[in-house]
Design a protein around this ligand. Structure first.
Ligand SMILES: Cc1cc2nc3c(=O)[nH]c(=O)nc-3n(C[C@H](O)[C@H](O)[C@H](O)COP(=O)(O)OP(=O)(O)OC[C@H]3O[C@@H](n4cnc5c(N)ncnc54)[C@H](O)[C@@H]3O)c2cc1C
Length: 285
């Protein structure tokens, strides 16, 4: 049981981890990638106070080293669902579940739009997790759409179960898939079609008749993680204490809206951690 589970290891999540650790809490950081691939892309960051002319990569490495000096538990896995229990929250990843008393959401923003039909067929042929749902597609033809190279492992796993995987990488594919039943399709997906369940995927090229569509992104739409969470547009609605509408869940950084900036993210991460610590203290009374 963690005191504070932080979903996302970018500037917001790592700042929250430092403050919660300083306050002697048992902290877990879930991060599905190499700690903020977004910020790592910045060749120069000019406006982070005290560290002028630093690259995003260097700044992120400093943030990671600082947070890791407190030895939080790091779980390099994507969180795919959160459920609220009486006294704690259950956090689900592709392979495991974890428990925490409070949660800080710091997932950044999804830079890719959802596909036509994606929401309509979620759970009816659309999935974000091969490990969780792949088994249901044993012997079937599925499509796998991916914006991240790291998902190739999930695509290979699908190929072990399915008769064929139509793989649409939305990035420059440099690694050839191992399984011979993976067909790489270079067309872009335009929409998921079906009636009760998925029956196909439209693309900029030919139509693909498939029984399932797996979508792999670095950050999934927020509402998939916790359906009760109140949003403002595409961002998580928070108050000044970084509290969400769900008691015990806080949010920080880009996932709470604009401006998308590092200083805002680290400041909000600190506030969210303070609020989580106060929440734990109130609960303990
Ligand atoms: C090219 C570029 C240049 C930039 N330059 C500047 C600049 O000069 N100055 C400035 O202030 N800002 C800059 N920014 C913006 C800055 O990078 C962001 O504001 C900042 O990174 C936000 O931090 P965050 O922690 O909220 O989110 P992110 O940094 O996006 O981190 C979120 C983390 O959560 C992980 N994650 C997401 N979903 C899940 C999940 N379900 N389970 C587990 N982990 C998950 C992601 O993999 C990621 O590691 C730039 C951004 C880009 C892309």
């Amino acid at each position: 049981m963690f005191d504070v589970a932080i979903i996302g290891g970018g500037p917001a999540g790592l700042s929250a981890a430092v403050t919660a650790s300083v306050r002697n809490k048992k902290v877990a950081i879930f991060d599905s990638s190499d700690f903020s691939p977004h910020l790592r892309k910045a060749s120069k960051v000019y406006n982070y106070l005290g560290l002028p002319d630093i690259s995003g990569e260097e700044l992120m490495n400093k943030f990671v080293a600082h947070a890791m000096s407190f030895t939080p538990e790091v779980i390099k896995n994507k969180v795919i669902g959160i459920t609220q229990g009486e006294e704690s929250f259950t956090i689900g990843t592709a392979g495991d579940i974890y428990e925490a008393k409070t949660i800080i959401l710091a997932m950044g923003v999804s830079h890719s739009d959802t596909m036509n039909g994606e929401r309509d067929f979620l759970g009816k042929g659309v999935s974000y997790c091969a490990t969780c749902d792949g088994y249901f597609y044993k012997g079937k033809v599925v499509a796998a759409v991916s914006t991240v190279p790291s998902a190739l492992e999930e695509v290979e796993y699908l190929a072990e179960l399915c008769s064929e995987v139509k793989f649409l990488p939305l990035y420059k594919l440099t690694q050839v898939p191992k399984h011979s039943n993976i067909t790489v399709v270079s067309d872009k997906p335009t929409g998921i079609t079906g009636t009760e369940r998925v029956t196909g995927l439209s693309t900029t090229g030919e139509y693909l008749p498939v029984q399932g569509v797996f979508i792999f992104r670095e950050t999934d739409p927020i509402e998939n993680l916790l359906p009760d969470l109140q949003l403002r547009g595409k961002s998580i609605l928070v108050d000044e204490q970084m509290s969400t509408n769900v008691d015990g869940i806080f949010a920080a950084g880009d996932c709470t809206g604009q401006p998308y900036q590092i200083s805002r993210a680290t400041g909000q991460g600190l506030t969210a951690a303070w609020s989580a610590v106060s929440y734990l203290a109130k609960k303990a009374k």
